[in-house]
Design a protein around this ligand. Sequence first.
Ligand SMILES: [Zn+2]
Length: 434
Amino acid sequence: MSEPTEIRSKPVKAKVRRTVLKAGGTLLISLFSPLPAFASQILAVRVWPSEDYTRVTLENDANLKTNHFIIKNPERLVVDVEGIDLNPTLKSLIAKIQPNDPYIKQVRVGQNRPGVVRLVFDLKEEVNPQVFTLAPVDKYQHRLVFDLYPVNPPDPIAALIEKGQWSLDKPNEPTMPPPVAEVKPPFAEPKPDRLPQVSRMLTIALDPGHGGEDPGAVGRGGSYEKHIVLSIAKRLKAKLEQHPNMRVMLTRDGDYFVPLHVRVQKARKVQADLFVSIHADAFVQPTANGSSVFALSEKGASSTAARWLANKENAADLIGGTNIKNHDKQLASVLLDLSTTAQINDSLRLGKAVLNEIGGVNRLHKNAVEQAGFAVLKAPDIPSILIETAFISNPEEEAKLNDDAYQDRMADAVAQGIRKYFAKNPPLAKGRMM
Ligand SMILES: [Zn+2]
């Protein structure tokens, strides 16, 4: 590959030789070969563009070593990957960069020297690259991940306003609702345009589970949980926003992975009044069926099944893949410690209201809101529930989940549950969240 001469990376040959020497059995071969004895194979390449960040994943049969650096004017990210040779799969990356990718203009791929492939990402703006590897998990082998985060990320609310997806609080309106005894239930009226009694905008964070590298559960018919839950969340968003006092923030609006703690952060950034995570359940037995609603628990799960499910959903970060070194561990522990009984009680109330409505759409898996340690429900100051809309592992329910009418009825039911919750539990004034 012809690159400008200003590119200077450390000589890699010596390192490669050392690696090969360490691998005892391959010693003899390596002495006679200019290449590492076992060049790794790139098995798959995937690109997940989003406004948050663009991810490029190289899946391979061994853990790969890399060296990366940024070159300015124009902005480029150069990654040298050791121990691989160029193959058609890797070359296919070039065609996978879409013209509308927010951060990558194009990528060039070439054999830099024997055993080293160089990737050059021509960038649309300054990025903060995170290059890391993920150990094999689930259906994936070794993954080498490049996450390209913008150096100057857009303000989330400003971005929503720009897209026309954010209604502002009306000025000169009281921030406190009138005393409860005098207030009419804000959602008792059937017509959305006649329900302005709520004194401020209510912000709902909707969280479609999984996304990107993490497909979530996969049905026997081949449907992906991540696609179904995004579709239901978008329907629900539209229904909630029919009400002039409600606005909705989606923790993801495309097919990309959002780490669990980032979902919580996003909800807190917009000072959400509620957090509703949307999923589809799965179990080994195809007969398992029904919808369920979960809240956080303080003292352990309400059942073995709930604990099992929480563990499964919490594994999303492993499958979706996060740069652990970069994790804001401190924040994660703060969130954990601050979780309050009040949040859980509110969440249970919200859960009950939603469960009641869902019961009119699908059989309920359990008749009560269950509790377990779901990482995504840990915003200490936001009532948070996780809805398993149905079992994607049950062929009959998988068909329902793919059905527009069912998705719509499910979204209607959740919206109705949320309205009834607010009617009974008038929201507090803003400013309570630090
Ligand atoms: Zn899920």
